[in-house]
Design a protein around this ligand. Structure first.
Ligand SMILES: Nc1ncnc2c1ncn2[C@@H]1O[C@H](COP(=O)(O)OP(=O)(O)OP(=O)(O)O)[C@@H](O)[C@H]1O
Ligand SMILES: Nc1ccn([C@H]2C[C@H](O)[C@@H](COP(=O)(O)O)O2)c(=O)n1
Ligand SMILES: [Mg+2]
Length: 243
């Protein structure tokens, strides 16, 4: 999708160290987690490559991860408004496809009701189209990648990696409480589906966070507290990036 003159700097494989779980089973990511370069340096290099020449300028891409109900959407809306990012929510793109009444939408609905993950080609294609139509220089991709298959498909189809990965770290009981109180009519905000989504998060999404941690790209944010308090930490991060 974009030509990157210096992309090889960021694509070089690094040693990987899995993130230990605490006694509660909840993951705690060291911060920053690169064995080779600190997060700030990785972001700096990314900015350099984002501005590098080629047919089109690659936007600055931040993946926003965290368990279901950890507050990704809430925080992304604020980042978009305060820092001028385009906010692309993978879940919203899939829900829009359901609303369109397409055949693909029917398949997506069945998967979302079950708390499972939609085939990566479908999701990445929706993200690709959304990225092309926003034409933004700074993009938040909320709720993606949810699994290694998502991650690999993004690299293959979009042809790049994220510059930054934000991980909202929230205890399970708090996530369940928030989801049951969300009240937006989502087909997956019921206790049976929530339990399945939490299992999928732990088994498929955490390995993706581990992968990016080992590449020094993860910035972990404690997602306990009010949305305003959490945005305090988010604001600090984005102010330091100065895009
Ligand atoms: N810090 C917070 N404290 C309490 N409630 C919150 C907080 N942040 C968000 N919420 C509420 O929790 C619910 C879930 O938040 P949000 O939709 O942002 O989570 P999410 O991570 O995007 O979830 P999903 O993965 O299901 O899309 C919403 O009703 C939101 O208003
Ligand atoms: N990369 C993604 C993102 C989302 N989905 C599906 C499965 C999720 O449970 C559902 C809702 O997403 P959310 O709004 O919670 O981000 O959408 C997926 O399959 N792949
Ligand atoms: Mg969301």
């Amino acid at each position: 999708m974009w030509r990157r003159r210096f992309g090889a700097l960021l694509l070089r494989p690094r040693s990987s160290a899995p993130i230990p779980s605490s006694s509660s089973g909840h993951r705690h990511l060291p911060l920053p987690v690169s064995h080779e370069k600190p997060l700030a340096l990785n972001i700096l290099l990314s900015l350099f490559t984002s501005q590098a020449g080629g047919d089109a300028v690659k936007p600055f891409i931040a993946f926003v991860l965290g368990g279901p109900g950890s507050g990704k959407g809430t925080q992304c809306a604020r980042i978009a408004s305060d820092f001028g990012f385009a906010h692309l929510s993978a879940g919203d793109l899939l829900r829009n496809e359901i609303s369109s009444g397409s055949e693909k939408g029917e398949l997506i609905l069945d998967i979302i009701k079950e708390g499972r993950i939609v085939p990566s080609d479908i999701t990445v294609d929706l993200i690709r189209k959304a990225m092309e139509s926003t034409n933004a220089k700074k993009v938040l991709i909320d709720g993606f990648p949810r699994c290694e298959e998502n991650r690999i498909a993004f690299e293959r189809i979009i042809g790049t990696e994220p510059d930054l990965v934000i991980f909202f770290d929230c205890p399970e009981d708090e996530m369940v409480k928030r989801l049951l109180g969300r009240n937006q009519g989502r087909v997956d905000d019921n206790i049976e589906t929530i339990k399945k989504r939490l299992k999928v998060f732990e088994s498929l999404n955490i390995p993706v966070v581990d992968y990016y941690s080992s590449r020094g790209k993860v910035h972990k944010i404690n997602a306990m507290g009010t949305a305003e308090e959490i945005f305090g930490a988010v604001r600090k991060l984005f102010s330091s990036i100065r895009l």
